[in-house]
Design a protein around this ligand. Structure first.
Ligand code: CS2
Length: 461
């Protein structure tokens, strides 16, 4: 079962699962996909029996491929009871999820489930659940009552410790139920469900109308559910399964006891520089990540952020070569055929900044160093927030961020105002004068001197 049947899941999880079956000679696995907020993908896949094309783009791209590991797709919004029934079905042994950062509905202050969230509290109130954590908890509750046996929940989102986090949230949901339900469910979860952490990697842009036309020309068939992706893909998984699973290792997935280090490296090197390039690119009118990284100064900023700010603050997993990894990340960003937009990567910044950049900022400040490049990324995000009308800001906290914004949009006013947003910055960081100064410095360069000013400052920095 997969919750969050977006383009990423089709280009990553579904491909790994099919490859695993092919390599291991097993044909018994299949994925029931659940769309969360919109039913589009479920509607696209239904008339195609779940089949869809993966079109790799860029150097080393494989020929078009039709993937058949998705056997069923449910719209979670329209059929919430079906989702619960399916999680409770004995033949379901694994629930994977890609619901994006905001899909977890975390209270940023406590780091646990936001039970005050309207949707979460409605799920707790007993309706057929619509949130992913509600779907999992209610599905497992039904499973516990029908004796359907153990199951593994595998988060595949870009969050540190995504397994432990998901476990914490599902347990928090269970604990918030009336005691007569909470106690047996918690005990059953402890004995029957594991939540391994994973690191996933593949750049998958949103499919465009042009992509669908190109696939149609190449394939000779119209595929409404086609996805495009870079050739590269990676999956590192903690080996902690409560029940059976596809032999993903046969498809190149790495089972590791050091997922945390893999995730930190990926999040703080790749995703952080992705965000940096997205916000610099948006400020400079660059539509895609490949356009942004083609700007020499932006390339330099990303390279130096990884080398000077990130690498000194993380411990790489065994087998990962820092120089090779950083160079490969920049080459992947430069893939001109991918069309990964700065707007897409720049979306949901309030949910991404903390995970991707602020740990690096803290690590440097604690060691008495200046997080110069990571601060540039945060300042560029702030500029993006302040320069984008609220209705156009693609972020679940758009309203909260805009309420915080002062009338004056100068660096000296905007930076402290946004640093005051407790959903993004903790008080210690917000009150760090050196960090605020760095942000004001970069913000005013972007704001008053534009691309030329940035070029000069980055190249002389
Ligand atoms: C990107 C990621 O949209 C974003 O925020 O940084 O989706 C990125 O493309 C993937 O994590 C790559 O594995």
């Amino acid at each position: 079962m997969h919750l969050g049947l977006g383009a990423f899941a089709r280009a990553h999880t579904a491909v790994f699962t099919e490859n695993a079956m092919l390599a291991a000679g097993e044909s018994g696995w299949g994925i029931t996909g659940v769309t969360q907020r919109s039913d589009t993908v479920a509607r696209q896949l239904a008339p195609q029996d779940g089949l869809f094309t993966v079109a790799e783009r860029g150097e080393g791209a494989a020929p078009l491929r039709v993937v058949s590991s998705i056997v069923d797709a449910i719209s979670g919004r329209d059929n919430p009871a079906a989702v619960v029934d399916r999680i409770a079905a004995p033949e379901i042994l694994v629930v994977t999820l890609t619901i994006t950062e905001k899909g977890y509905r975390i209270n940023p202050q406590t780091g646990s489930l936001n039970t005050a969230d309207e949707e979460v509290s409605a799920d707790l109130g007993g309706r057929a659940p619509l949130t992913a954590i509600g779907q999992i908890a209610r599905g497992l509750q039904q499973r516990s009552r029908t004796g359907a046996g153990p199951l593994t929940v595998v988060s595949c989102d870009n969050l540190p410790g995504n397994g432990e986090l998901t476990e914490k949230l599902v347990h928090a949901f269970a604990a918030a139920l009336p005691a007569a339900e909470a106690e047996p469910l918690t005990a059953w979860l402890d004995a029957n469900v594991t939540f391994p952490s994973t690191m996933v990697d593949r750049m998958v842009p949103a499919t465009t109308a042009g992509d669908l036309d190109a696939v149609e020309r190449e394939l000779g068939l119209r595929d409404e559910a086609a996805v495009v992706a870079e050739p590269f893909m990676q999956w590192v998984i903690e080996d902690n399964f409560a029940a059976g699973r596809p032999r993903w290792e046969e498809a190149g997935a790495l089972f590791s006891s050091d997922v945390a280090a893999w995730e930190a490296a990926k999040l703080r090197l790749l995703n952080a520089s992705h965000s940096l390039l997205a916000y610099l690119g948006l400020a400079a009118g660059k539509e895609t990540i490949s356009d942004a990284v083609a700007e020499e100064a932006f390339f330099t900023a990303a390279r130096r952020m990884m080398a000077e700010d990130v690498l000194p603050t993380i411990t790489l997993p065994e087998g990962l070569d820092a120089d090779e990894y950083c160079a490969q990340v920049l080459t992947r960003f430069a893939n001109p055929a991918l069309g990964h937009t700065t707007a897409k990567v720049g979306s949901d910044g309030s949910q991404k900044i903390g995970l991707r950049l602020l740990s690096t900022v803290r690590g440097n400040l604690d060691a008495g160093r200046e997080p110069r490049w990571a601060a540039l990324a945060v300042a560029a995000w702030m500029r993006h927030v302040a320069a984008t009308p609220m209705a156009e800001l693609d972020d679940p906290l758009a309203a909260e961020l805009h309420v915080a914004l002062p009338v004056s949009r100068s660096a000296a006013d905007v930076v402290p105002a946004l640093l005051g947003c407790r959903s993004v910055f903790d008080p210690e960081l917000a009150e760090h004068a050196g960090f605020a100064d760095l942000l004001i410095h970069w913000y005013s360069i972007i704001d008053t001197h534009g691309l030329d000013g940035l070029r000069k400052e980055i190249n002389h920095g």
